[in-house]
Design a protein around this ligand. Structure first.
Ligand code: AMP
Ligand code: MG
Length: 417
């Protein structure tokens, strides 16, 4: 069972930077070791459990990269064109006969190189004379247009490392090795709760002062993109024992518990006290906007994260706290999210000492440069601001002002999940 150390006061402190939070998570969250085997068809998005060494070289045999004529390097014309009779023909999927010395062999893309040949002339570069011989131009480098065995990946080379999140091209590599199954880390089991008396589940009746719970569905979708097995645990009322009981009941059957809402310090924010009554907790005041209050703790050995209730704050803190936690639990290499440099198409003022994320769309300028246009409104409750934009402009702790035309870092939503 994955565990966060119970001594989680190390998570405390007055105002924690995003970088500190990520370091603490990486240092303290222990990997779920359980491995399962999946068919290649189901391997996309999974985390590889063991290093994968090439069981055979790729390509497995030396072959022609083009349609043309295979010759021996010693027959290559150096100064002026030369003429060779053609003997033999080899196509992809067939065994090649050894070449007759002083002859060219008709060959096709992917066909094995006949013994005695090492160079292929593209058919477009030669002509056939009246006697059916091939006329070869001078100047071709020996070894041209040949794909040597192992040039892509040598046998025994570690082609994929444990902790790698498999993508379609990685699945292709496993297939090229002839594998049918891969050992992967089992999905991380995450329990998701919303909290708040003002919330109604979509499908249920909504009283006039209520709104439909949207965060739970956003968070569950984000978790699924990270490969988690998600338990939808509905809405907990703003009441300390209900929250405490709800969390305690699911702790032992999950690797991570996630709530949204109720982590500020208002009178109706009960998450902090309820977690403290059944486990240990610290409230992080993260130096991040939107975001700020994030709770992190341990209940019965299972990590707990309480995200803020405002949808945009919930989204942004998910990326910086939940994503690294899920990656650490699954032993995945935390691929750093690298912002793409774009031009700012807006003016912005901010406080130094905290990181801010500005919701923005991308637009191609007339000079071909990409420009980030800020969403016109800033509220952390505006779902439209997430729906209508392409990603987040990241403004570092030291930035206090952004002027149009400056280079800023842009994180596309697709790169964050
Ligand atoms: P809280 O963090 O509980 O004080 O909530 C902050 C704001 O976010 C309030 O306006 C809540 O109504 C809203 N909110 C909280 N939880 C959700 C949710 N699950 N879906 C949509 N909005 C929410
Ligand atoms: Mg609330």
């Amino acid at each position: 069972m994955a565990q966060l150390s119970d001594d989680c006061f190390a998570f405390g402190g007055p105002m924690m930077s995003v970088a500190e939070a990520v370091c603490l998570i990486a240092a303290r969250v222990r990997q779920v070791g359980d491995v399962e085997t999946v068919a290649l068809e189901a391997a996309d998005g999974r985390i590889l459990a063991r290093d994968l060494a090439a069981p055979l070289p790729l390509p497995p045999f030396t072959n022609s990269a083009v349609d043309g004529y295979a010759v021996s390097g010693s027959d290559l014309p150096r100064e002026q064109e030369c003429v060779l009779p053609v003997a033999g023909r080899v196509q992809a999927g067939r065994l090649a006969q050894a070449a007759t010395p002083g002859h060219a062999v008709r060959i096709f893309t992917g066909a094995p190189m006949p013994e005695g040949t090492d160079t292929v002339f593209m058919q477009e570069d030669v002509r056939i004379d009246d006697a059916g011989r091939v006329v070869l131009p001078a100047g071709l480098r020996p070894g041209a247009n040949v794909r040597p065995a192992g040039e892509d990946i040598p046998q025994a080379h570690v082609a994929l490392k444990a902790g790698h999140r498999l993508r379609p091209q990685d699945v292709a590599l496993a297939a090229a090795f002839g594998l049918t199954r891969l050992d992967v880390i089992r999905p991380i089991r995450v329990a998701v709760f919303s909290t708040g008396d003002e919330l109604a589940s979509p499908g249920d009746a909504r009283a006039a002062p209520q709104l439909f719970d949207s965060n739970r569905f956003m968070l569950m979708a984000m978790l699924k993109r990270l490969g988690c097995a998600v338990s939808d645990l509905g809405i907990l009322r703003d009441e300390r024992t209900a929250l405490a009981n709800g969390l305690r009941q699911v702790a032992s059957s999950h690797d991570l518990m996630l709530t949204t809402g109720g982590v500020s310090t208002g009178e109706e924010d009960h998450v902090k006290a309820s977690v403290e009554s059944v486990g240990t907790l610290v409230l992080w005041r993260m130096a991040i906007k939107p975001g700020r209050p994030v709770a992190m703790g341990v209940i019965g050995g299972t990590p707990f994260i309480g995200l803020p209730g405002n949808p945009v704050a919930s989204f942004v803190t998910f990326v910086h706290v939940v994503r690294p936690t899920v990656l650490a639990l699954s032993g995945a290499h935390a691929s750093p999210v690298v912002p793409m440099p774009v031009r700012a198409g807006f003016t912005y003022k901010k406080k130094s000492g905290r990181r801010e994320y500005v919701r923005a769309f991308l637009r191609m300028r007339e000079d071909g440069a990409l420009e980030a246009i800020k969403f016109p409104r800033e509220g952390a409750g505006l779902l439209s601001s997430l729906v209508e934009t392409d990603g987040l402009v990241e403004l570092g702790e030291s930035v206090t002002r952004v002027e149009p035309g400056e280079t800023v870092g842009f994180l596309g939503y697709a790169s964050l999940l």
